[in-house]
Design a protein around this ligand. Structure first.
Ligand SMILES: [Zn+2]
Length: 84
């Protein structure tokens, strides 16, 4: 089961694409703001959404959820291999 956001790599408690990887929760990533099952549906849109997020300065969608000492570089290494 994949627990990391396809766009930004954040660990998500409820697997964003469900137990079978095919049942998105349609929750919003608190970090990059992607909607699971929407903009992360195909690789092309994952990459373009990620680029937009990076270009805009890697802001958190829910700023109060941002951990202290958080760095995008570290989190980006956690993006699932198939979605990089
Ligand atoms: Zn994300």
């Amino acid at each position: 089961m994949e627990h990391h956001c396809r766009v930004c790599g954040l660990y998500i408690e409820d697997a964003p694409w469900g137990e079978d990887g095919k049942s998105p929760t349609y929750e919003i990533c608190p970090c990059c703001g992607v909607e699971f099952g929407n903009e992360d549906y195909i690789l092309e849109s994952v990459r373009s959404y990620r680029k937009k997020w990076l270009d805009n300065g890697t802001n958190w969608f829910i700023n109060k959820a941002k951990p202290l000492n958080w760095t995008p570089e570290e989190q980006l290494t956690l993006i699932p291999e198939d979605w990089y």
